[in-house]
Design a binder for this molecule. Structure first.
Ligand SMILES: CC(C)(COP(=O)(O)OP(=O)(O)OC[C@H]1O[C@@H](n2cnc3c(N)ncnc32)[C@H](O)[C@@H]1OP(=O)(O)O)[C@@H](O)C(=O)NCCC(=O)NCCS
Length: 421
């Protein structure tokens, strides 16, 4: 079966999480991704948070499926020469080094364009042009600088970061979209271009509704926020706890077993069109016509009380029992699922969203597969490469090196010690 990005070759100069997320997604869509790594250790995450001694960490394996690995010392003249040849035959260079690192390697945009005017050069950086453009950035810094932390958490607590990697993986996804768009434009222009996804921008994009609320605040208090009607609003959007970010009020409610199970909760949305059904399910038929509860506007100042009554009902059911009952009435709700529950979820296994992969030195482990499903471009998740596993293969098949050139560059030390396969 053909793949959406068949024929696209990517020079993957990424490391840690943001860049690798992007190139892994492109690999799943069919691109040939050649990951360039420093001889010796490679991507730093290979050795980080290791659960098994001397085996590539899950951190690395889960972000680098379907790629090939070549080790090249980019600061060695012979290594640089190999890199330049790769630039000439690839379509996209993806990198997420600290600002300036690529220029220091002698592979700035000018040089790339000289080597290959069709090359798309895609970068993740922490910040776009401005006062912080030279800063190194990791996930939580981006969450804080992009507006996620200031708007996450409870009103009486400090800013909170979220477990979803919206700074790293979120920006990687943004970058992948930019790359595909640039490839499409290149079909018409024949030219490459630079693509930049700054982590602050990516996070802010995902916090779009909070900038919406910032502007609404100028016209009055935010009535769907838990601060209404008894709390206070300041100059900027407050933290909304677990209140829904949309126009339909929602909350996380306890379910049966919450005293011992930290995930015995359900998210419950009091969607206006099913208000009658909600009242019937929880045994509060009087609320259907009571003017204090019958309309969305009347309910806004009473959300705390309303969710308290609904919770008294959800606490008599497990989250899955509550789901079954509420779904019968089309009441929007969702269980709080633990990672253990997600790992064991049969339906996610069937769709390939959770996949078991067999790694040559680690054995079997679970990963998140391609979350984007294309009907004519199926994803097969293959293990991440061992460090330098494809060095010879790439020199031979992609760069057409003969034995003599292979021996020369190997002897120079630019590829590190002999690659293990
Ligand atoms: C993530 C980050 C903070 C890590 O910083 P770091 O570990 O210090 O790594 P750097 O990106 O600075 O790169 C380190 C050096 O390795 C060098 N290097 C990388 N690959 C190499 C190779 N194959 N051969 C030789 N040197 C190599 C780089 O040239 C750089 O050297 P220099 O500083 O002398 O120019 C930084 O890369 C960053 O801010 N990236 C952009 C934002 C981002 O993506 N953050 C999220 C990460 S999940």
């Amino acid at each position: 079966m053909s793949k959406a990005l068949d024929g696209v070759r990517i020079l993957d100069f990424t490391h840690v999480q943001s860049g690798p997320t992007c190139t892994q997604l492109l690999a799943w869509l069919g691109a040939d991704v050649i990951k360039v790594e420093r001889p010796g250790g490679g991507d730093i995450t290979r050795g980080q948070l290791r659960d098994i001694p001397d085996v590539d960490s899950l951190y690395f394996t889960m972000l680098n499926h379907n790629k090939r690995s070549i080790t090249i010392d980019s600061k060695h003249p012979d290594g640089k020469a190999v890199l330049e040849e790769l630039v000439a035959v690839c379509d996209v260079l993806v990198e997420n080094f600290a600002p300036g690192a690529l220029d220091r390697m002698g592979l700035g945009w000018e040089q790339i364009q000289k080597l290959n005017p069709r090359m798309i050069m895609a970068s993740v950086k922490g910040f776009g042009p401005g006062p912080y453009e030279d800063c190194k950035v990791y996930e939580n810094i981006a969450q804080c600088a992009g507006g996620a932390a200031s708007t996450t958490g409870f009103d009486d607590g400090p800013p909170l970061v979220t477990g979803a990697q919206i700074g790293d993986s979120g920006t990687g996804l943004h970058l992948a979209l930019g790359i595909v768009a640039a490839l499409y434009q290149r079909n018409a222009t024949g030219r490459g271009q630079k693509v930049l996804a700054a982590m602050q921008d990516g996070v802010l994009n995902l916090c779009r509704v909070k900038l919406r609320d910032q502007q609404r605040l100028a016209h009055g208090v935010l009535k769907e926020y838990p601060q209404y009607p008894h709390g206070t609003f300041g100059a900027s959007v407050p933290r909304a706890g677990n209140a829904s970010g949309g126009g339909q009020p929602g909350s996380i409610l306890k379910c049966k077993g919450w005293e011992t199970d930290p995930n015995a909760y359900i998210y419950f949305i009091t969607q206006a069109p099913v208000w009658t059904a909600i009242c019937k399910v929880i045994g509060r038929e009087a609320w259907i016509t009571d003017p204090d509860y019958a309309t969305p506007d009347a309910r806004l100042p009473r959300l705390k009380e309303i969710f308290g009554v609904i919770e008294a009902w959800t606490m008599t059911k497990t989250k899955f029992e509550a789901m079954d009952i509420l779904n019968e009435h089309d009441i929007p709700c969702g269980p709080i699922l633990s990672m253990q529950e997600l790992a064991e979820d049969e339906s996610l296994r069937k769709t390939g969203t959770v996949v078991e992969v067999d790694h040559p030195t680690r054995g079997k482990y679970l990963t998140v597969g391609n979350p984007v499903k294309l009907s004519d471009s199926a994803t097969e998740v293959t293990p991440s490469p061992l460090l330098g596993a494809h060095t010879d293969e790439i020199l031979r098949d992609v760069l057409k090196f003969d034995e003599a050139r292979m021996n020369k560059v190997r002897a120079s030390g630019a590829l590190g010690r002999a690659a293990h396969v």
